[in-house]
Design a protein around this ligand. Structure first.
Ligand SMILES: Cc1cc2nc3c(=O)[nH]c(=O)nc-3n(C[C@H](O)[C@H](O)[C@H](O)COP(=O)(O)O)c2cc1C
Length: 336
């Protein structure tokens, strides 16, 4: 059975869900376009929204677009459609990172195990201190399985691993803080006063750790603290997300895995923040690998725990990220 062409309203629904994804500095580097027969969506990287000094290879950009792609898949299932994804379908068009065919009804049972749609709107970065409370093994197990299903390895770290990753993140954070070009670039994504549709509002930033154990990213600079420091959890629950290779397709898989883990964690009441600093320098990134864990490229460090949900951050309006001009006129007339 083939589904009807997507209506403009359905395309807006899909793009809005995709656009709610997390992205480096809330740069939202994505665009969406209907396929000509309106039975799918093309997902593009918006290179004008790159963060080139911090992310010279576009790795974090692809992770962000991968997260948006995962949200699109979740929203498609909510519409009753089975998303068939092709990553990087056209070598001649590098900005086209995926096509998602939505021509078939969604299978039963749901391929993701549960409906994650409501978690899309509830998920935020939580940069506040977490409680000294363990994330249950059973929940960590579900998160590990979710990442594996997306082709990535989530490794919750034991104490020695946490201390190693914290030390590397401190080192990277210190380096970043003294790199004037990087700090200037980061500041261009901070939104100190006026509300904006992208970037990070100052209200979404958290405190620094009073005991200097958890190196939260300083988006301003060491000399300009935005809020008083607070005591963070004694031993944070950190997890690395690793892929076998380190090419654009792997970054897209990592982004989908990150978002699946993050939405599932949200559904379980577990908060997440990203500690990305050590991944941004080649040597500290290399040190993030678990000794003895075989080959692999760490794409993300996630901090998991229980605390405030974090505030909602702004998103660009759907009209800015969705291009409806590719739609076949017949499909539009027949269905809208
Ligand atoms: C690849 C990537 C790297 C990120 N790095 C950091 C980071 O180092 N520190 C941080 O606090 N947030 C980090 N974030 C979270 C983004 O700042 C956040 O997703 C964005 O501001 C939107 O906010 P939201 O997650 O609450 O929707 C990162 C997100 C992504 C996808």
């Amino acid at each position: 059975m083939t589904e009807q062409p997507l209506t403009s309203e359905q395309l807006r629904f899909l793009a809005a869900a995709a656009g709610a994804a997390p992205s480096l500095h809330n740069s939202q580097p994505w665009r969406f376009r209907s396929v000509p027969d309106s039975l799918g969506v093309r997902v593009y990287a918006d290179l004008d929204r790159a963060v080139p000094i911090t992310d010279p290879d576009g790795r974090a950009l692809h992770i962000s677009v991968g997260a948006a792609l995962f949200n699109l898949r979740v929203a498609a299932l909510r519409l009753g459609r089975d998303p068939e994804v092709r990553l990087l379908p056209d070598e001649a068009e590098p900005r086209l990172v995926a096509t998602v065919r939505l021509a078939r009804p969604s299978p039963v049972p749901l391929p993701l195990g549960r409906d994650l749609f409501d978690a899309i709107g509830q998920r935020h970065s939580s940069r506040q201190p977490f409680a000294n409370r363990d994330v249950p093994e059973a929940v960590l197990g579900e998160l590990i399985t979710a990442a594996l299903d997306e082709g990535a390895v989530l490794s919750p770290l034991e104490e020695a691993g946490v201390r190693r990753v914290l030390a590397l993140t401190h080192d990277a954070e210190r380096r970043t803080g003294t790199d004037l070009a990087r700090m200037a670039e980061t500041r261009t994504w901070l939104r100190p006063e006026k509300p904006a549709a992208d970037g990070i509002p100052v209200s979404a930033l958290g405190p620094q750790d009073h005991d200097a154990r958890v190196p939260m990213r300083s988006f301003t600079s060491r000399t300009q603290p935005t809020t008083a420091s607070q005591r963070f959890e004694a031993l944070p629950q950190l997890a690395t997300l690793t892929t076998h290779d380190d090419r654009p397709a792997d970054w897209l898989r990592a982004g989908q895995a990150m978002e699946r883990v993050w939405l599932l964690a949200t559904a379980h009441g577990v908060r997440v923040s990203v500690l990305h600093q050590a991944v941004e320098w080649p040597d500290t990134r290399w040190g993030l690998r678990e000794p003895g864990e075989g080959p692999g490229h760490v794409q993300l460090v996630l901090r998991l725990g229980y605390g405030p949900p974090g505030p909602a951050t702004p998103r660009r309006p759907v009209e800015e990220i969705l291009d409806l001009t590719g739609r076949a006129g017949a499909a539009e007339r027949g269905t809208s």
